[in-house]
Design a binder for this molecule. Structure first.
Ligand code: XMP
Length: 396
């Protein structure tokens, strides 16, 4: 299998789109391309570029049942409205029973990886696709290969890349990326947004006249809500997680839209603010192992839960010097009758490699906490004040 990547350095959306369209036409010609739409901005941009290039592309959305709800709308509905020709493949009945009860973070990731790759391969065969396109972007490549993209070639064989990755692994800074490491049953992949950062992808989407909700969509992890339900996933927790997530993301979006006219800004540090905003579900946040980041590796330890005076700057500083804990959670509210804890995570970032805590007003956090405490089963509500590093963005 070959990987074709458009690696020309980005200058502006207009020249980028022109160059990417030529690149796509050169590598696709009259072949049929499988395109997995995840709901995220990177794969949406890749798909739109293929459409613009006028090639034969099959957009596919895999509904495994663990996608978020935003403003009362399931991701699947949103995708169907935005990309009416999408083929939705419903694997909920096979997939959910496999993940229910699984508490181990790595096993959850593996289940997703397996479900995606086997579903992709099945559709690629059934639909006679010779090529595959995806939304691999610049940070994915640089993190996976441990080299700058200027050191990669436009077309590389999967085997050559494997050798390169293995060589770099010895140097100790290679992160695994499933979109770079899986070999699918196609002749080649076509990666038109490989030279872009997240923010450049947003500029391209804006240039392609995509609506606000698409341009400023917050990143969402491959293992979906399984990355935000700490411990075993159950049907009850999944329903709970979808509810609390919607409350948190919608409230913060509304706050930014009222204040800035859009749900995300570029702040003075050049970060997307907020880059991600979400809720996480815990059986008991005072007694759960969550991920941290030490020497470039994921670690697992408990979260330190505190209450008392609200001073975000001080709390963030305290979060930087934790020992024997991976996180610092500030308690916003409590309902002793509840069953699950809800953690609010809201971070600013350039490319998800590092993250700062969004300086949300305390009144807004209180308002969100009050709304969450009205959801059946919510016990305690926390705000996570830990930057990346020493924590990670997600919890597994
Ligand atoms: P972490 O939690 O590592 O997240 O700080 C960095 C960025 O990656 C997303 N994320 C994932 N994406 N598979 C993915 O496709 C994963 O297993 C995964 N884990 C985290 C996360 O949402 C953030 O944007």
């Amino acid at each position: 299998m070959l990987n074709h990547r458009y690696l020309t350095q980005y200058k502006d959306p207009e020249s980028f789109v022109e160059g990417a369209v030529e690149f796509i036409q050169k590598h696709v010609k009259d072949k049929r391309v499988f395109c997995a739409l995840s709901g995220g901005i990177d794969s949406s941009a890749a798909y739109l570029l293929l459409k613009k290039a006028g090639v034969d592309v099959l957009p596919v959305f895999i509904d495994h049942g663990l996608m978020r709800i935003i403003r009362g709308k399931e991701e699947r509905v949103w995708i169907e409205e935005t990309f009416p020709d999408v083929k939705v493949v419903d694997i909920r009945d096979e997939f959910l029973p496999q993940i229910y009860g699984e508490g181990d973070a790595e096993k959850k990731r593996k289940l997703f990886k397996k479900a995606y790759s086997s579903t992709f391969d099945k559709i690629i065969r059934e639909e006679n696709c010779q090529l595959l396109t995806d939304g691999t972007i610049l940070p994915d490549l640089e993190e996976s290969f441990g080299v700058e993209i200027t050191e990669l070639n436009e077309s590389m064989s999967f085997d050559d890349e494997k050798t390169l990755r293995e060589a770099q692994k010895g140097l100790g800074f290679v992160k695994s990326q499933h979109n770079v490491e899986i070999e699918y049953d196609v002749e080649a992949t076509v990666q038109p947004v490989a030279s872009l950062t997240k923010n450049q992808v947003r500029e391209v989407l804006q240039y392609l006249d995509m609506p606000h909700d698409v341009v400023f969509r917050k990143a969402f992890p491959g293992p979906a809500l399984a990355a935000r339900i700490v411990g075993p996933v159950t049907e009850e927790k999944l329903i709970f997680q979808k509810k609390i997530h919607d409350i948190v993301e919608s409230a913060v979006d509304d706050f930014y839209i009222t204040k800035h006219g859009k749900s995300m800004i570029i702040n003075e540090k050049g970060e997307q603010e907020p880059f991600q905003v979400f809720a996480a579900t815990f059986e008991d946040a005072t007694n759960a192992e969550v991920t941290g980041l030490k020497d470039g590796r994921r670690t697992y330890d408990k979260a330190k839960c505190v209450s008392g005076e609200w001073n975000l700057d001080q709390l963030v500083k305290d979060g930087l010097t934790l020992t024997n804990y991976t996180r610092l959670f500030y308690q916003l509210g409590e309902n002793k009758e509840g069953k699950f804890d809800a953690v609010i995570r809201c971070i600013n970032s350039i490319d998800a490699r590092t993250a700062n805590i969004t300086n949300l007003p305390y009144e807004l956090l209180q308002e969100i906490s009050s709304k969450l405490l009205k959801v059946p089963n919510v016990r305690r509500v926390y705000f996570d004040v830990t930057t990346k590093p020493p924590s990670t963005i997600e919890y597994v």
